[in-house]
Design a protein around this ligand. Structure first.
Ligand code: SAM
Length: 682
């Protein structure tokens, strides 16, 4: 990993958060209300929580009238400190549904240091029967208590980003701007650490011009902090027994200096996005098309083959990640990606016809891997529901077959039918699929013109390139390092005269290769890894390699299969070979496409002094984007990258910390190349 690419980066920990500890008391209407044992304070008024929220946060920010007047194509953004039970956000969502015009969208951002458990959240929200449907959308997608950003799609027009961690730390890493703030987070007397200058400064620097705020408290520390950060405030009547509260606004937020040290990552200006072409209908392309269409953008999805016919075309694939022993941006991205894909699948296919969260077991087949896993576990206090170290005995029990080694178990990971998933994503209304090969991209004043192999052309506002290793064939991307990697998967079949193995594999097991639980009588496993090889024919030698790895990884299970009558003959194996694409640092590319010659010119000074960044924003091809280099982990990375691109294009807050958005930027390779040329020069 190049450490020079984000010098401003402060690596946040990848860790579990402590859950809220609650006591339940009776409210005036006899419903239960939660009381925090950590802060000895109430989450909302015992008198009438909803009326309090409506008075303090909704009226305090004039939301009904602002929602009614909202005509922008970008969503209205609310930022909150302290998500708690989510009551404020559910009230804001209900208010938006009543007042906002059709087509308007709402984006909610909320921080939380002590997330409620799913059970407590459900229990707290039963007090509001009028919110049952909305509460269900929230509870169903409620994330694991892992630090970082978790994007939830609550409805067709409402999204929620939960930034788990301390409010001021999380808001400093926010990549986006807010229209209205809900300043919550327990009374300053009970929680003084929360109301520090850093919080108000982070709010100010992530505000839209004219952004408002409202809070229930009039404490001096809050008034002083807000004023020092640039907010003007006034006292207005409070709710119920509280005489006063504060509301106000910031006329001119401070300039965004978050990318001062990495100016090349400054996002390009927002452009018209009525009609976008997405090139490539694998996981990267279909998930981007779905994310854009969900936002009301018209999408033409183009591929020379049907959706999911390329490297995303296997009938069964592993949804897994391999996290580094030491926390790094790549691991943080991949874990966020895995958790996001899980939520996407749950929402898209609640009946689980396309996927199975049977768990993924990463076996420690060698001493070296066992040591790596121990270091990983020592460095990461993640919840057991995300990843857990298991002994050989526990691993055997979970996988359903005898194993000689233990490893890491990811209970929420599993397998997906990638080809079927691509097809499902591409079927979303708003997407037009066109079977065509794009041969050339040409920038015009008002957008892009695509030349097609059949001689036709297509004019669009913007373009997303998502055709894997072939992306550099388009002139604006000819500099991008992207390597094809041939991968062959193999299949063993239960023949008519073989019996079903008495002990089937219950989890995905991986080590050098991987094996998936049997699906419809077919045992899939693989895959070979041949960088630079573009052959797509099935090879017997590769089948033999896969078979050998399968037997090495799962000797007892292989015996069971043999005993059931399955033939272990490489010549008889079926399978599929396809080409995946990888970047040199193994992270995907998701972002705007840099104008490479201009970058080389603008940032040439980095050759002499890698620490002195010229104060020039990165120049990009206007309206040209890429999602590629998903390697063999596209199921975990492509859907979250799709959200990153759609959020960029539609001028929304990002679903990841700024540092991780920068980590995905394709321009990181240009900067690495410029800096390398310094090291190489005598
Ligand atoms: N807005 C909430 C609702 O609608 O239910 C009520 C919020 S409750 C009064 C305050 C919340 O702030 C709690 O959930 C608490 O865990 C959270 N909190 C307190 N200090 C925090 C901090 N420094 N960073 C992030 N969250 C914090």
């Amino acid at each position: 990993m190049d450490d020079c690419l984000s010098p401003s980066a402060q690596l946040s920990e990848l860790t579990a958060l402590e859950s809220a500890r609650l006591e339940w008391t009776e409210a005036e209407d006899m419903s239960e209300t939660p009381h925090s044992l950590v802060f000895d304070d109430v989450y909302f008024s015992r008198q009438d929580g909803r009326a309090e929220t409506e008075h303090v946060f909704l009226q305090g920010n004039r939301l009904p009238e602002r929602f009614a007047a909202w005509q922008d194509t970008r969503p209205f953004v609310i930022g909150e400190t302290g998500f708690g039970t989510g009551l404020n956000m559910l009230c804001a969502w209900a208010c938006f549904d009543i007042h906002a015009p059709r087509g308007a969208r709402l984006h909610l951002i909320s921080t939380e240091r002590y997330p409620l458990t799913r059970e407590d959240l459900k229990r707290a929200l039963t007090a509001w029967p009028e919110f049952t449907k909305r509460a269900r959308a929230l509870v169903n997608q409620w994330p694991e208590p892992v630090s970082g950003v978790h994007r939830l799609i609550l409805s067709e027009r409402v999204a929620l980003d939960l930034h788990f961690g301390d409010s001021s730390e999380r808001l400093m890493q926010l990549d986006g701007r807010v229209d209205a703030w809900f300043l919550d987070g327990f009374a300053p007397s009970k929680n003084p650490d929360n109301w520090q200058p850093a919080l108000f400064q982070a709010m100010a620097s992530h505000s839209q011009p004219g952004a408002t705020f409202a809070t229930f408290t009039c404490a001096g520390i809050v008034k002083r902090g807000l004023k020092a950060a640039g907010f003007e405030w006034e006292k207005v009547p409070g709710f119920g027994r509280k005489r006063e509260m504060l509301c106000g606004h910031i006329a001119t937020p401070p300039m965004d200096i978050s990318r001062k040290q990495v100016p090349w990552f400054a996002p390009p200006p927002t452009r018209t996005a009525r009609h976008i072409a997405v090139i490539g209908a694998g996981l990267a392309g279909t998930s981007t098309a779905e994310a854009l269409a969900r936002r009301g953008v018209g999408v033409t999805l183009l591929d020379r083959d049907a959706p999911g016919a390329g490297a995303s075309g296997n009938r069964q694939g592993a949804l897994y990640v391999k996290l580094a022993a030491e926390t790094n941006p790549q691991s943080r991205f991949y874990l966020a990606g895995l958790l996001y894909t899980r939520r996407l699948l749950e929402r898209l296919d609640p009946k689980r016809q396309l996927w199975n969260d049977c768990g993924v077991l990463q076996l420690a087949l060698s001493e070296k891997e066992a040591r790596r896993q121990t270091t990983f576990l020592n460095n990461h206090a993640l919840p057991k529901s995300v990843v857990e170290g298991v002994t050989a005995e526990e691993a055997s029990q979970r996988a359903g077959v005898a194993l000689a080694q233990g490893g890491l178990d990811y209970p929420g990971a599993g397998w997906v039918r990638p080809a079927a998933l691509c097809k499902r994503l591409a079927e979303r209304p708003g997407i037009v699929f066109r079977r065509a090969e794009v041969t050339r991209l040409e920038h015009r004043e008002d957008g892009w013109r695509l030349e097609l192999a059949d001689g036709d052309t297509l004019s669009v506002d913007q373009v997303v390139v998502a055709n894997a290793w072939q992306a550099p064939n388009f002139a604006p991307l000819d500099w991008l390092p992207l390597k094809p990697i041939r991968g062959q998967v193999s299949e063993l079949h239960l023949s008519s005269d073989s019996t079903h193995p008495p002990l089937p594999l219950k989890q995905v097991v991986c080590a050098g290769g991987y094996a998936l639980p049997m699906l419809e009588g077919v045992q899939s496993f693989g895959a070979t890894f041949a960088p630079g090889d573009t052959g797509r024919k099935l090879r017997e030698a590769d089948s033999a390699t896969n078979l050998a790895e399968f037997e090495r990884m799962l000797p007892a299970y292989s015996e069971t299969l043999r005993a059931s009558g399955v033939e272990f003959d490489p010549a008889q194996l079926t399978g599929r070979a396809s080409l995946r694409a990888a970047s040199p640092d193994k992270s995907p590319y998701a972002g705007p496409v840099p104008d490479a010659p201009t970058w080389r010119w603008d940032y040439a000074a980095l050759q002499k002094n890698a620490r002195r960044a010229p104060a020039v924003a990165g120049q990009h091809h206007p309206g040209l984007w890429i999602s590629a280099a998903h390697g063999s982990r596209g199921l975990a990375s492509a859907p979250l990258c799709a959200e990153v691109l759609a959020s960029h294009i539609c001028n929304e807050p990002m679903p990841l910390e700024r540092e991780l958005v920068d980590h995905l930027h394709p321009g990181r390779r240009l900067i690495a190349e410029i800096m390398r040329s310094h090291k190489a020069s005598p």
